[in-house]
Design a protein around this ligand. Structure first.
Ligand code: PXP
Length: 240
């Protein structure tokens, strides 16, 4: 099964914001990533707009020729209205708090089931595919199937952290959670700290993977190898 590479361009916006101008230009970056072979573009607007801004999301949506994935916390009304206005191919719901450096946990799909059901329904009615961010825990994957979500995004930070120590052990929980998710009819995405080294083994171990969204490591690698080469390298890592 082919796995799509969605490039998260938040880091390009972070670099731009550090100088206050428009260099690098995030719309151009999105156009170029697609031209270089990315199968999708991911953005993660946060209420303080410290990375990608709400207006960037609107501008990027106009040039998308692949799949647009908007990540964020739906408890923010501004986020929900932005997604409903832009109508991306996919929204990925993430329970991150506003000041958090980066996402650091998935939904508790058991405790938050009613909230998720109500929220997901709003996006589904607008024709938007919904993925929810979860930890690699079998009961979270099973309960995710009862929220109305189309997919789960497995939070891969633990895998990435433990990959160098023992990659088989690092991926074990993901294999189990992935099996439960797919048996229950959910599509599978993954993301967070995936990189050029650990991506191929993850794909080999979880072949049903439909999409990975990668930002930090890919953009950091681009400093050395250039964006075009790096996108091709990551795509190659997804072939088994
Ligand atoms: N998925 C989610 C839900 C995220 O919050 C992030 C980081 O913004 C990513 C994937 C991508 O992680 P990374 O930047 O480490 O590749």
């Amino acid at each position: 099964m082919a796995t799509k590479l969605s490039v998260n361009i938040n880091k390009i916006a972070t670099l731009r914001n550090s100088r206050g101008g428009d260099n690098p230009n995030v719309v151009k970056a999105a156009i170029d990533c697609q031209h270089f072979g990315a199968d999708g573009i991911t953005v993660h607007p946060r209420p303080d707009e410290r990375h990608i801004r709400y207006n960037d999301v609107r501008e990027i949506s106009k040039i998308i020729t692949t799949e647009f994935n908007i990540e964020g916390n739906p408890t923010e009304d501004k986020f929900v209205s932005l997604v409903l206005e832009v109508k991306p191919a996919q929204v990925t719901l993430v329970p991150d708090s506003p000041g958090q450096l980066t996402s650091n946990h998935g939904w508790d799909t058991i405790k938050e089931k009613d909230y998720l059901l109500r929220t997901i329904d709003v996006f589904k009615k607008a024709g938007i595919r919904v993925s929810i961010f979860i930890d690699p825990v079998e009961r979270m994957a099973a309960a995710a199937a009862e929220t109305g979500a189309d997919r789960v995004e497995l939070y891969t930070e633990d895998y990435a952290k433990n990959y160098k120590k023992d990659k088989a052990a690092a991926v074990a929980a993901y294999i189990k959670a992935a099996a439960i998710a797919t048996q229950n009819g959910l599509g599978l995405n993954a993301g967070h700290d995936l990189d050029r080294e650990n991506l191929h083994f993850f794909k080999q171990s979880v072949p049903a993977l439909l999409e990975v969204s990668i930002g930090h490591a890919l953009i950091a690698d681009a400093l050395y190898y250039g964006l075009e080469n790096v996108i091709q390298l990551y795509k190659k890592a997804l072939i088994i």
